[in-house]
Design a protein around this ligand. Structure first.
Ligand code: FES
Length: 106
C-alpha cells in the first residue's frame, strides 16, 4: 500500500496508507484528512477536493481531463500548475511517499 503524505494549509502532515482501488480523494476521506470536502462524491462536478500534487510524481498522477480542468477554474483556492481534483487521480504503487497539499479553502 503506497503511503501518501497529506499536508494541510497550516502545515500539519498526515501519512495515509492508500489502497490501489481508491482515488486520492477516497484515501483522504477514509483516513479522516481534514480540508477535503468532496461534495459531489467524485463526479468532477464540485471542485471541493482540490489539492496540489508534488510535480515530481507527475508521470504517475497522469494528465488532467477537460472537465476536471474546467472545474478547477471554479476552485475556492488559487489554481496552480500543481492543482488537480483529487477525486480524478487514482492511487498507484509508484506514488509511495508522494506529498499532496490541501488548500486552505474548498
Ligand atoms: S469530489 Fe467533487 S470534484 Fe472531486
Amino acid at each position: 500500500m503506497p503511503k501518501i503524505i497529506f499536508v494541510s494549509a497550516d502545515g500539519v502532515t498526515r501519512e495515509v496508507a492508500a489502497g490501489a482501488d481508491q482515488s486520492i480523494m477516497q484515501a483522504a476521506l477514509a483516513a479522516g484528512v481534514p480540508g477535503i470536502v468532496a461534495e459531489c462524491n467524485g463526479a468532477a462536478a464540485c471542485a471541493t477536493c482540490h489539492c496540489y500534487f508534488d510535480p515530481a510524481y507527475a508521470a504517475c498522477v497522469g494528465e488532467i481531463g477537460e472537465q476536471e480542468s474546467e472545474m478547477l477554474d471554479f476552485a475556492a483556492s488559487e489554481r496552480t500548475a500543481d492543482s488537480r481534483l483529487s477525486c480524478q487521480v487514482r492511487v498507484m504503487a509508484e506514488m509511495d511517499g508522494m506529498t499532496v497539499r490541501v488548500p486552505a479553502l474548498q
